[in-house]
Structure formats: structure tokens, C-alpha cells
Design a binder for this molecule. Structure first.
Ligand code: NOJ
Ligand code: CA
Length: 552
């Protein structure tokens, strides 16, 4: 099989609100990204995935789209999007945009039309409107609970001024779910795909790719328990983890939609790709999303959720490679994104923290940050040695921790509001990046503010501070990425080597031997050429929570 660019690409996620602000309003924008492309070339990534920048009232930070074919004024214009795509391409970097097909914003003209239309009308049939249960339909149509907290249904006021039907929203009430059995919805999204493909994007990250189809009849969810995946890891709840009993996740009919999209993409030159954000469980089911005529890649959240421990890591690596290889797809690897606690904090948590719950000032037993960073650097050095394609989240190359002490009044995640502050949500991983020590916003904005406040110690992580520091996390990432390319680890083959300790992993990938110490006790290394090490070591002793690549 010929190697395609996406088989081994390192793809860097940009969360545009928080990357770089060009005009001083405190919110990152497209021109800010374009101006910083050379920093990404220096880092050594292959592609960008840019989180949504489309027209949106921003009630879920842009994952609530009011116009899929326009840029929101806070991020710039279509011309700015063109300039970003062109600037990236000129530098050999591909650009993947975020497609949000499960739901629109409640500001979308179709939903506005549906609200004033009558029950049973064609306008309502583009979304999921139903009559309520109980007397006068005063109860929601079923027991489904929103991922952001509270019921998954909101009741509307009809033209006669009386409470009427309910509409479904897996997420916030400002994010009504489309009815994907409706051909008008299918055709809208084929047009959206064409619009961005014609503008030159290299692919789409597909939001909630497991949620588009709901089980007919919308039956109640049975047994909403929590599945714990063990200490020190985020946990999935059944609502998120998609066991087949959950009637809104992972329904077989979603695959037809992706086959149709794949056909459309294949008609374009240049190997454009589809990437599934699909929280499906078990991992083996994820293979269905990346069969040869469906998507190209799927995020490996099972890997992200694996605790920092040698045996579980070896198991998930083996099962990921087996799962994806079984359908001819590359495995992917990811440790952080805009929805989870940053791995420079998360991997050292000693308690379960379900995805999306977040941590904050009142969370007990927070880990020591410098120890946590050492572990995160080791975890990244392991991930970037694996064959397949890897995703990085902006700021992890700076070793950014989760911002834990955000004041309540600054929080913006709908999760925080829908749970009345019971869950902190995801703001802590979305704080704007520090670029330089100098200014009030650490170089993020030419103005004085950032949309989420940056912690006081943010300047110590600034890119310009780290650039020439040989021990910095930025220098480590650059070294890992350049060696990964030089040694072609992304297209390599992993071979485990024996080591007589349960908390140590040793494997060979091509010309590199990788040693990962997830334990506390140091280990003695064979004296050989060190290619890169995640923490300093002396006398051939590798400390705990460290990874080293040796020349094979
Ligand atoms: C997944 C996205 O990553 C998340 O940020 C968003 O809130 C939900 N989907 C809803 O679109
Ligand atoms: Ca701005």
C-alpha cells in the first residue's frame, strides 16, 4: 500500500479563540494564526486542524454554527480563511477544518424557521421536534440527559403563545440536533463539504461523528451508570462511551453518511481526509468508522484515557494497532484536546475525572505541577515514537498545565452553567497561549485582555523563553518531531523487547529503541547513543516518569 500523507502525519490542533489575537479584542483570530505559521514550521508539524471559526453566536465556543459557509466576524473574513490556507500550503502545512454536522446553532436560519413553523411542518422535520409526555405534553419526550447537564430536550412556545413541542439537543439548548434521516440535511452538508473543498482545505474533523443518527422511536436510555476506567484517568460515562444500548450513539446508519462523503472527497485531487471524533467503546468498534470507503482516521480516545502505567499502555497500543490495521487504516494517538484536562496535569491526577467535568480551585488532591510535567513529557516522547498519525493540542509543546484557578465569573463553558457550577467544564484547557514574557497578555494579544484570564505564572511557559533553552518542553517537542520524521517512525513497525520490570516498556521502531519508565525507581540503560530524552539523566540511569530514544 502506498503511504499517504495522513498515514504518519503529526496534526496540530488550533483552538482559534486562544491561539493568537491580531486585532487586540482579546479573542484569537485567523489573521493571528497566519502571522504565526512560521512558529509552527519551526515546531515541525505536518498539518493543522482548526477548531470552528464559522459564523456562530459562540454559545459553545463555535461548536454552535449559524452559517457553515462563512467566517464569524470575531475570527475574520473568508479572505482571512483563504490567506490562512494559502499561507499554510506555501509552507507545506495542510489544513483540516472542523465540521459540526450533528447540530446547528439555534440561530441557524433553518432553526429559526422551524420555531415559527407549525408542528409537523417541513421546517420542523429538519430537526428533532416531538410532543412531550404526560399531561399536556409537559414532560420531555424521553429520559435522555444532555452531555452538558440537564435534560436533552427544550420546550418551545408555539404561535398561539402556549408551550408546545420539544426539540432535542445532545449538547446545549442552543445546539438543536438535525434529523439526519431528512434528505435536505444530507444535501446541505454535501454543499458545505464542497464549499470548503473548493477553497482548498485538506480535510475535515467531524464533530460527534457517532451521534448523527438516533434509534427510531427515541427509546429511553436504560441504566445510566458511570464506567470507571481506573485511577488517574478520565472516565467515560455511558452517554459518551456509546455502548450499543445508548440510542443516540453509534447507530449503524451513520456509516452510510460517511460513505457518501468519502465518495465526494475522492472526487477531489490531493488526498483530502475525514477524521472522526467518535467516542465509541470498545475500541474495536472504531474500526467501522475507518473502513476503506469511510473516514480516513478516527481519534483514539481510548489511548488518551489510558492511565500512565506500562501494562495498560502496552495493551492499548497493541489493540489500537490491531484494530486500525485490520481495516487498513493508520492508528492515531492523542493526549490532549480542547475538551479534556491538559495531559501535563491530567496524567498525574490520583482520582477519576470524567471527560468534560474538569478541575478547579475546590478540587482536592491536585498534583505537584513539576512532577506532572515530567510525566507528560515522558508520555509525549512515548506517543511520538509510535507508528501512525499523532495529534497535538496547541500549548502542549510549551508544557502548559490545566489552568485550575480561573475565577468563577470568568468561566464560559456551557457545562459550568448547565450544572450550576457542579462541573467546572473545559475552560481550564482553553486559556490563551503565552508567546512572550513581555506584555500583559504574554504576547497573545496586542491589547490588554484575553477572553479567559491567563494565570500569573503563564509567562514562564512563553514560547520565546523556551525557544533557546535546551531543556525546555518546546525544545523537546522540536527534537522529537524532527527525529520522528528523520527515522520515519510514523510508518515504522513496533516490536516489543523484554524488560524484567512491570512498570517499564521497551520497544524498537526501525532505528530507534524506546525505553519508557512509568515507575518511580530509576533503571540502568545500555550505554548507547541517546537520540532524545524526556528528562535529564546521569550515569546511564533513567529516572522514573521518563522516556528515552536510543539509537538501535
Ligand atoms: C465535541 C467538541 O469537541 C466539543 O468541544 C463540543 O462542545 C461538542 N462536540 C459539541 O459540538
Ligand atoms: Ca481578535
Amino acid at each position: 500500500m502506498q503511504t499517504q500523507w495522513w498515514h504518519d502525519a503529526v496534526i496540530y490542533q488550533i483552538y482559534p479563540r486562544s491561539f493568537a489575537d491580531s486585532n487586540g479584542d482579546g479573542i484569537g483570530d485567523l489573521a493571528g494564526i497566519t502571522a504565526r505559521l512560521d512558529d509552527l514550521v519551526e515546531l515541525g508539524i505536518d498539518a493543522l486542524w482548526v477548531s470552528p471559526f464559522f459564523r456562530s453566536p459562540q454559545r459553545d465556543a463555535g461548536y454552535d454554527v449559524a452559517d457553515y459557509c462563512d467566517v464569524d466576524p470575531i475570527f475574520g473574513t473568508l479572505a482571512d480563511a483563504d490567506a490562512l490556507i494559502e499561507g499554510a500550503h506555501d509552507r507545506g502545512i495542510r489544513v483540516i477544518v472542523d465540521l459540526v454536522p450533528n447540530h446547528s446553532s439555534s440561530d441557524h436560519p433553518w432553526f429559526q424557521e422551524a420555531l415559527i413553523a407549525a408542528p409537523g411542518s417541513a421546517a420542523r422535520a429538519r430537526y428533532i421536534f416531538r410532543d412531550g409526555r404526560g399531561e399536556d405534553g409537559a414532560l420531555p419526550p424521553n429520559n435522555w440527559q444532555s452531555i452538558f447537564g440537564g435534560p436533552m430536550w427544550t420546550r418551545v412556545i408555539e404561535a398561539d403563545g402556549q408551550p408546545g413541542q420539544w426539540y432535542l439537543h445532545i449538547f446545549d439548548s442552543s445546539q438543536p440536533d438535525f434529523d439526519w434521516t431528512n434528505p435536505e440535511v444530507r444535501s446541505l452538508f454535501l454543499d458545505v463539504l464542497r464549499f470548503w473543498l473548493d477553497r482548498g482545505v485538506d480535510g475535515f474533523r467531524v464533530d460527534v461523528a457517532h451521534g448523527l443518527i438516533k434509534e427510531p422511536g427515541l427509546p429511553d436510555v436504560i441504566e445510566p451508570d458511570t464506567i470507571s476506567l481506573g485511577a488517574g484517568t478520565a472516565t467515560l460515562e455511558p452517554e459518551i462511551s456509546a455502548p450499543s444500548s445508548v440510542p443516540y450513539w453509534g447507530q449503524d446508519e451513520v456509516h452510510e453518511i460517511y460513505r457518501e462523503w468519502r465518495e465526494l472527497l475522492d472526487g477531489y485531487p490531493g488526498n483530502r481526509i475525514l477524521v472522526a471524533e467518535a467516542w465509541v467503546d470498545p475500541l474495536s468498534r472504531l474500526a467501522d468508522w475507518v473502513r476503506p470507503d469511510e473516514m480516513h482516521q478516527a481519534f483514539n480516545f481510548a489511548y488518551l484515557e489510558t492511565p500512565w502505567a506500562a501494562r495498560p499502555l502496552a495493551e492499548i497500543i497493541d489493540s489500537s494497532l490491531a484494530t486500525f490495521t485490520s481495516v487498513g487504516a493508520p492508528s492515531t494517538w492523542v493526549l490532549s484536546n480542547h475538551d479534556v484536562v491538559r495531559h501535563a496535569t491530567r496524567l498525574a491526577l490520583s482520582f477519576d475525572n470524567p471527560q468534560g467535568h474538569g478541575i478547579g480551585p475546590a478540587t482536592p488532591n491536585l498534583p505537584d505541577q513539576s512532577a506532572a510535567l515530567r510525566r507528560a513529557r515522558a508520555a509525549t516522547a512515548l506517543m511520538l515514537a509510535l507508528p501512525g498519525s499523532a495529534y497535538l493540542y496547541q500549548g502542549e509543546e510549551l508544557g502548559l498545565p490545566e489552568a485550575i484557578h480561573l475565577p468563577d465569573h470568568a468561566r464560559q463553558d456551557p457545562t459550568w452553567f448547565r450544572t450550576n457550577g457542579e462541573r467546572y467544564g473545559r475552560d481550564g484547557c482553553r486559556v490563551p497561549l503565552p508567546w512572550s514574557m513581555g506584555s500583559r497578555t504574554y504576547g497573545f494579544s496586542p491589547g490588554d485582555n484575553s477572553w479567559l484570564p491567563q494565570p500569573d505564572h503563564w509567562g514562564t511557559f512563553a514560547r520565546d523563553e523556551q525557544r533557546n533553552d535546551t531543556d525546555s518542553t518546546l525544545t523537546l517537542y522540536r527534537r522529537l518531531l524532527s527525529l520522528r520524521k528523520e527515522l520515519q517512525l510514523g510508518t515504522g513497525r513496533l516490536q516489543w523487547l523484554d524488560y524484567p520490570r512491570d512498570d517499564v516498556l521497551v520497544f524498537r521502531n526501525g532505528r530507534a529503541v524506546v525505553v519508557v519508565n512509568t515507575g518511580r525507581e530509576p533503571i540502568r540503560l545500555p550505554e548507547s547513543e541517546v537520540l532524545v530524552a524526556s528528562s535529564a539523566f546521569e550515569d546511564w540511569m533513567l529516572r522514573g516518569d521518563s522516556t528515552v530514544w536510543l539509537r538501535a
